[in-house]
Design a protein around this ligand. Structure first.
Ligand SMILES: Cc1ncc(COP(=O)(O)O)c(C=O)c1O
Length: 461
């Protein structure tokens, strides 16, 4: 009967019969194309985008394999290349080999993390991996977590759970406390939660970019005086511009005393907590109610692979459960679409799981330590007489020539970014405390000392 309905000439989907020769040859060709692109990185630079790049839309007839591979190549050749040793602008390191495989398997599997019946093995895998992480950071047996497409969504999941837990669902007086250097995703979260900028209290940071505890205490008093209800305090474990770590121990004590939810945004630095690498200020994180860990940002698990871990999984169930009326439920296993904001979700956890299994704990440490070593090498060799340097215990450095007026920082950084890209180095220029800075993120495993020396030579004004 199937033969009556389809034209055998058209092969659109994998077959349940035979060996899928067509698909195998396409996958081989795709792998070949991708690997050639990796190896061309050195020739093309980190950002070889050509503005004449054309986005061709689907036509009446489907395109041929040849045409499509031509377009895939053009897409690759006009893309940011994280494998290039000069790709040092953002938290987007080269992809781990086994994570690339994980993405391929997840795409072919096409399972849906919405529900156990749509992804039985992967549901268990995600649950187990979250528990593994949770145990590693010192949470107890009630803990668990949920994957999400990026740190922003993991933070949002946490804040919704925190507000719900505080019984402040639709209270317009509810407020969130974050440091002034916390990530901009909190502004988005607040808006999505139906609140506005008055519900986001920003606490000053000290000269190392950490939340200032005295200001935090003053803000708590002010909130109480103004009858504002705090649903969470966020401690950032690795700020975006300089990699600072808020004083987690002190903040957690304040949260305990006042029964306030502590969320740690460990999008950048959280992964260090599962290793024995000594990082100043990384302690007591198991005192938090929730923590975002985003291995895509530093160890190269492919995007996206963010996790929200919570000390008590029932807080997520209570916040997001709807009963999913069209899905079967199994009393013992939670449908993953019921403990987070996302519904249908790909089996992204496979690339996280494979990436971590491939590295092992030693490999994870190795990758993380290498990024700290590159940062240390950069800081040791950059001229302290010429630059003001803003960094912390992690692998991020922002800097600016000494005595540069804030109004001149825009033009200086723009000129430098252009000069550097012409010399195959890509740095970013974050706006921070009213000025533009140059920022280097040392998470690229392919960057060697010789590259850093060359970068420093180009930077010397
Ligand atoms: C500290 C911090 N938190 C959250 C985020 C948001 O993560 P994502 O872009 O994966 O949503 C970032 C992004 O760089 C970040 O640096």
């Amino acid at each position: 009967m199937a033969e009556d309905l389809i034209n055998n000439k058209d092969i659109y989907f994998p077959s349940y019969l035979g060996t899928n020769d067509k698909l195998i040859s396409l996958l081989n060709r795709a792998s070949q194309t991708l690997c050639e692109w990796f190896s061309k990185a050195d020739k093309n630079g980190p950002l070889p985008f050509d503005e004449s790049f054309k986005c061709i839309m689907p036509a009446e007839d489907g395109n041929s394999e040849e045409e499509l591979f031509c377009e895939i190549e053009s897409l690759l050749n006009n893309s940011f290349n994280p494998v290039h040793p000069g790709s040092l602008a953002h938290l987007d390191p080269p992809p781990l080999i086994f994570s690339i495989l994980g993405d391929l398997i997840a795409a072919g599997l096409n399972n849906n993390l919405l529900a156990y019946e749509l992804s039985p093995s992967v549901t268990l895998l995600e649950e187990s991996l979250c528990k593994w992480f949770a145990k590693k950071i010192g949470f107890n047996d009630f803990s668990g977590g949920i994957a999400a497409s990026g740190g922003t969504l993991s933070n949002l999941n946490a804040l919704i759970a925190a507000r719900n837990n505080a019984g402040l669902g639709s209270n317009p007086n509810s407020v969130l406390l974050v440091s002034e250097d916390a990530h901009s995703s909190f502004i988005k979260c607040i808006r999505v939660m139906g609140l506005d900028s008055t519900n986001l209290v920003r606490i000053k940071t000290d000269n190392k970019g950490r939340m200032d505890i005295n200001y935090l205490k003053k803000s708590l008093e002010k909130c109480s005086f103004e009858n504002k209800k705090i649903f969470a305090i966020v401690a950032t474990l690795g700020t975006t511009v300089r990699g600072a770590i808020d004083p987690i121990k002190e903040i957690s004590e304040i949260c305990k005393q006042r029964k306030i939810w502590l969320h740690i945004d460990g999008s950048i630095g959280g992964i260090f907590a599962i290793t024995s690498i000594p990082i100043e200020g990384l302690n007591n994180i198991n005192q938090a109610n929730s923590i975002t860990i985003n291995p895509q940002k530093i160890i190269g698990v492919t995007k996206t692979s963010s996790l929200l871990l919570v000390s008590n999984i029932s807080t997520l169930e209570n916040s997001f459960n709807t009963g999913l009326p069209y899905i079967s439920s199994n009393k013992k296993i939670i449908n993953r679409g019921e403990i987070g904001i996302q519904g249908s979700r790909p089996a992204e956890v496979i690339k996280l799981w494979l990436g971590l299994r491939f590295l092992g704990l030693k490999g994870i440490e190795n990758v993380l330590k290498s990024s700290i070593k590159r940062k240390d090498f950069f800081i040791k060799n950059i001229s302290k007489n010429k630059f003001d340097i803003y960094s912390g215990p992690l692998h991020i450095v922002s800097f600016l020539p000494k005595k540069l007026e804030p109004k001149d920082s825009d033009a200086w950084t723009q000129t430098k970014v252009n000069e550097l890209i012409n010399n195959n180095f890509m740095l970013s220029r974050p706006k921070f405390k009213g000025k533009y800075f140059l920022r280097v993120v040392m998470g690229n495993y392919n960057t060697k000392e010789s590259h850093i020396k060359e970068l420093l030579r180009l930077l010397d004004p």
